[in-house]
Design a protein around this ligand. Structure first.
Ligand code: SF4
Ligand code: SF4
Ligand code: FES
Length: 237
């Protein structure tokens, strides 16, 4: 049977690759390969997954140099019999393929991503026009599942630890376009602050990497434009 050579990062910030040999099978994903190694060859390997079908976003890893969902990456698509698997970049390494995502999620808060409303449970549901320009902008960014792939792909995050990053700013764009959100100004101020949208170089690595085809690049461009108008409005006033 044909075999794959699989190199898996072992350790934390310091460590080394361990090499495994795994039978090549039809319809085999990277997650299948890691699971087979963990179950049959080395039970001490740590990694994360939950749904196995591209819903939860927890299985993201760096595979042959690129951040990807391991459960949606077929071995055949890699076109190589040598597979190198590392943790996501731009996050501290805890053990093997597991990263500490605390900083990633803290930045969601720092970007002003707390929904605020002046309604109570007793109020009627808000009437939202699905065809309005604002709603379309909010909807275009809303499906993010916090997987961290775009964050790992962003080179500005890698050299500027303060930068809030594509996922947090993409969420901020969704919120500032949500007509139900009463804290829009607070969100915009947070998203245009020191680590905010102006740091983005707009080259689109995040957009290329996002497994569900979202474009944080476009969302951040929208935030930049909105923040410029907001600053011009202040100067006029
Ligand atoms: S924007 Fe895409 S890549 Fe980034 S966290 Fe959301 S789903 Fe993942
Ligand atoms: S376009 Fe902006 S957010 Fe996306 S990868 Fe580049 S710098 Fe990062
Ligand atoms: S395990 Fe849920 S997206 Fe891969």
């Amino acid at each position: 049977m044909e075999t794959l050579t699989v190199q898996i990062w072992r350790g934390a910030e310091t460590g080394s690759f361990a090499s495994f040999s795994v039978p090549k099978r039809d319809n085999q994903t990277v997650l299948d390969v890691v699971t087979e190694i963990q179950q049959r060859q080395d039970q001490s390997i740590s990694y994360r997954f939950a749904c196995r079908v591209g819903v939860c976003g927890s299985c993201a890893m760096t595979v042959n140099g690129k951040p990807r969902w391991s459960c949606r990456t077929h071995i055949s698509s890699l076109k190589s019999s040598v597979i190198t698997i590392e943790p996501l970049k731009n996050m501290p390494r805890i053990k093997d393929l597991v990263t500490d995502m605390t900083g990633f999620f803290d930045k969601w808060g720092q970007a002003g991503n707390v929904f605020e409303s002046d309604k109570t449970r007793q109020d009627a549901p808000a009437k939202v026009d699905p065809s309005s320009q604002q709603r379309k902008a909010a909807n275009a960014a809303i499906e993010c599942i916090n997987c961290g792939v775009c964050y790992a792909a962003c080179d500005v995050v890698s050299w500027n630890d303060e930068y809030l990053g594509p996922a947090a700013l993409n969420r901020a764009w969704s919120l500032v376009n949500d007509e139900r959100h009463t804290g829009k100004q607070d969100t915009l101020v947070a998203a245009m602050g020191a680590g905010g949208c102006s740091n983005c170089h707009s080259q689109g690595n995040c957009m290329t990497a996002c497994p569900i085809g979202l474009s944080p690049t476009r969302s951040i461009a929208g935030l930049k434009k909105m923040s410029l108008f907001s600053l011009m409005g202040k100067q006029d006033g």
